[in-house]
Design a protein around this ligand. Structure first.
Ligand SMILES: Cc1cc2nc3c(=O)[nH]c(=O)nc-3n(C[C@H](O)[C@H](O)[C@H](O)COP(=O)(O)OP(=O)(O)OC[C@H]3O[C@@H](n4cnc5c(N)ncnc54)[C@H](O)[C@@H]3O)c2cc1C
Length: 293
């Protein structure tokens, strides 16, 4: 008996004694096509493995074996003229936020992976946006007209024209008035609108309604220092190993010093300050941040 024959025979013995999951395609109920359904695998000899030990035994018990995972390949690369083993039960997904990598089991489909990453990354994505804004005081969620903010976007404006003020606390006409105050000195716009409300009458009603709704949503968020500090503290409390944590907290406190505050600003300034000093007391960022505002 040559080695191949031996392996085949002993493989069958292995299969019957050690692999209760080993079964034919029909009894396993596995689809015999690839994921897209454009390719039908030619063999009916299908094994199923739940553990690495199962995989090892299956390999030892066959001379010609092909593995398949999510069956995402569109061609016959995973096909076999003799035996196949399905690894679809290896469906673990591990996301390492620090190294920004995701490790998936061989059975994970794109359909499973996409919503997982989407959900897991939602907070991280928000933190990236908050960090970007904290570093760049010229970022604001509306388009300015007229002169606008002349200080470079990454620099603090000495007249405190940094980030944005609360759009919600000045009464019903505040949004329009705020916009007008920004547009007032623009010559073309002054000629166009005079002293009347700067409404974009040339736009279709649907666009004006959409813009109005966007303003209303902006009106629901607090002033930038409150909003950004609260978001940074909340994320970093749960992500202590974030390498930019101390910097982000120091920048949050800075925003409460140089931004336009509202009723909640002091509380958020203190929260960022406390987290910075309690968790990263020896960091340069903590040493540079001596007060809250
Ligand atoms: C919607 C969609 C989008 C795609 N987008 C891209 C793309 O952007 N870029 C790209 O390059 N490809 C893309 N592909 C192709 C697909 O990712 C590849 O064909 C890949 O091989 C699929 O992996 P699978 O595990 O599903 O492989 P299977 O189809 O199961 O097997 C493919 C090959 O890998 C081997 N194999 C599978 N699992 C293992 C394992 N655990 N150990 C050892 N060998 C194994 C099989 O024996 C076979 O040879 C896409 C496919 C789909 C369906």
């Amino acid at each position: 008996m040559d080695k191949r024959e031996f392996l085949k025979t002993s493989g069958a013995m292995f299969a019957s004694s050690f692999l209760p999951k080993l079964t034919t395609a029909q009894t396993a109920g596995e689809s015999r096509t690839n994921w897209a359904g454009n390719y039908t695998y030619s063999t009916k000899n299908l094994d199923s493995a739940n553990t690495i030990a199962d995989v090892k035994r299956t390999i030892h018990s066959h001379t010609h074996l092909k593995a398949f995972g999510a069956r995402h390949s569109f061609n016959g690369i995973a096909d076999s003229t003799e035996d196949q083993v399905s690894l679809k039960h290896f469906d673990q997904i591990e996301l390492d936020a620090k190294s920004k990598t995701v490790t998936v089991g061989s059975g994970v489909t794109y359909g499973q992976l996409a919503p997982y990453i989407d959900a897991r990354d939602k907070d991280a994505r928000k933190f990236e946006a908050v960090y970007l804004m904290l570093k760049n005081p010229g970022i604001r969620p509306f388009v300015e007209t007229g002169f606008g903010r002349l200080t470079p976007v990454a620099k603090l404006d000495q007249l405190r024209d940094n980030w944005w003020c609360s759009l919600s606390m000045q009464g019903e006409n505040y949004l329009v008035d705020y916009y007008r105050s920004r547009a007032h000195f623009s010559t073309p716009l002054a000629m166009l609108y005079g002293n009347s409300k700067p409404e974009a009458v040339f736009l279709p009603q649907a666009d004006r309604t959409a813009a109005g709704n966007e303003w209303k949503r902006l009106g629901q968020i607090p002033a930038a220092p409150t909003f950004l500090s609260e978001a940074a503290v909340s994320y970093l409390k749960a992500h202590a190993t974030e390498p930019r944590a101390a910097e982000a907290l120091a920048l949050a406190v800075r925003s409460t010093r140089y931004g336009c505050g509202d009723a909640g600003t002091s509380q958020q300034s203190q929260a960022a300050f406390r987290l910075l000093h309690s968790r990263y007391p020896n960091s340069d960022w903590a040493k540079k941040t001596k007060y809250w505002y």
